[in-house]
Structure formats: C-alpha cells, structure tokens
Design a protein around this ligand. Sequence first.
Ligand SMILES: [Zn+2]
Length: 99
Amino acid sequence: MSHTVRRAVLVAAIGLPCPYCGRAMIEPEHSPSRDHIRSRKRRGTLGDSSNRAIVCWPCNSHKGEWSLERWANRLQRDGDQRADHVAAFLATLASAGRR
Ligand SMILES: [Zn+2]
C-alpha cells in the first residue's frame, strides 16, 4: 500500500469512533492512527491487513508495544473506562476469526 493510500485510510477514519475508547477520532488530539493489533516485535507483520486497526492516537500511544489482550487486562485492572470498548473489540475479532 502506498503512502498516499495509507494516508487516505487515516483521513477516511476522521470522525469515526475509536474502537478502543469509543471517542470520535478528531484531529489533532484524537487523530486516527494505525495500530498493529499484535506488535511487530511479537507476531504481527506489516503485510497482514487483519493485524491492523485504525485507532485514536492517545489509545495507540497508551497501548504501545503491548498485545491487545494484555493491554485489555491492564485497562481492566486499572479501572480504565476503555476496558469495555477493548473487550468488545476483541470479541469482534474473535467472531470474525481474526485471532
Ligand atoms: Zn481511542
């Protein structure tokens, strides 16, 4: 995918709810960004489109190199309001056979 296409995917996501926190992805504070559901250091590969999600920058930054499952556990433990959204997103992935 070219840089232009990748940029267009992010621009198209502006205004949509972030799958991790449910807030609208609005620039600049909640800009859409590309998350690797499994970090590149673990099992994710750049060529695997099922490994990508468009999420807001604060969520992406907070998740960092954690796997989505471990991040979800951490949010739950911390009482973070995003825990329910992330759990629902994980359930969607599971039902789509993407895990
Ligand atoms: Zn978010």
